[in-house]
Design a binder for this molecule. Structure first.
Ligand SMILES: [Fe+2]
Ligand SMILES: [Fe+2]
Length: 273
């Protein structure tokens, strides 16, 4: 069995809550997951000090687990290249310096392939919108990225679990009533064609687990809530623990308890795969 800790939107900087971060660090050291996946928004303003703290968090996790991380919209200095004019790569300079040179990492472990996809492009042509509050916030995936994901999965054994890690949620949040990602139907259709079993995402700041049915094979979407003081509707922070068993995906949400000063068991769901 493969065990994955999925957390998102840690927002190191002002929104981070030290007790919660320390509690996750303790869970990681105790449970020694095969993989710790962080689906973006490690920082609040893409500042170096925020990323340094995120780096320390990741290094600590790497003592016991493999990690995979992708950038979120807060990790991009979009003002460096609005509309992709100007210093395009400078947008990710702090992320690359402190977290990972690779913006779309691939992690292969026995029985599972994790492909990171970059959905946070800053203010780009692909995500221009009339909705002012969505400028620089909305995510997108280009066809070339999906083609690359297909190639990466094709390099793995055919019965590997196929897992995508990306920042933006492709399913509407219950409270936000918003998708994080543009062209959601197209992207979910592409994931179905790729035989993706599981998507690990965040961005909505409300945890959710969905199953998208397809004619061939369904996709489980794990949207991790935030671990910060920015949770939606004042709800507690949370993280997801995922077990990939014998043709089964089990997602358990751990919820922050102020009384216990730790994460406690929340809702669980299982899916045949
Ligand atoms: Fe966030
Ligand atoms: Fe975000």
């Amino acid at each position: 069995m493969t065990r994955v800790l999925h957390a998102s939107d840690l927002h190191f900087g002002k929104p981070a809550v030290p007790e919660q971060i320390e509690a996750i660090e303790a869970v990681i050291q105790e449970q020694k997951f095969d993989v710790v996946a962080i689906s973006g928004d490690l920082s609040q303003r893409a500042r170096s000090g925020e990323f340094q703290r995120a780096r320390a968090f990741l290094r600590h996790a790497q003592q016991v687990s493999k990690t995979i991380v992708v950038p979120g919209n807060h990790d991009v200095k979009w003002w460096r290249a609005p509309l992709e004019i100007g210093d395009r790569l400078g947008r990710y300079s702090n992320y690359k310096k402190y977290i990972d040179e690779e913006l779309e990492p691939v992690l292969r472990i026995h029985g599972a392939t994790f492909v990171g996809l970059l959905t946070a492009h800053g203010v780009s042509r692909h995500t221009l919108t009339w909705n002012v509050r969505d400028i620089g916030v909305l995510g997108a995936l280009k066809k070339s990225q999906l083609d690359r994901a297909a190639k990466e999965f094709a390099h793995s054994p055919p019965d590997d679990w196929r897992i995508v890690v990306m920042h933006h949620n492709p399913v509407k949040g219950e409270l936000s009533q918003r998708h994080g990602l543009r062209n959601t139907p197209r992207v979910l259709g592409a994931f179905a064609d790729l035989g993706v079993h599981l998507v690990l995402c965040g961005h909505d700041h409300q945890e959710a687990v969905h199953y998208i049915e397809h004619t061939k094979r369904g996709t489980v979407i794990s949207t991790a809530g935030t671990v910060s003081n920015r949770s939606r509707g004042g709800r507690p922070s949370s993280i997801n623990v995922i077990e990939l068993g014998e043709r089964k995906i089990h997602v358990a949400t751990l919820i922050w308890s102020r009384e216990k000063s730790g994460f406690v068991a929340g809702p669980e769901r299982s899916f045949a795969a």
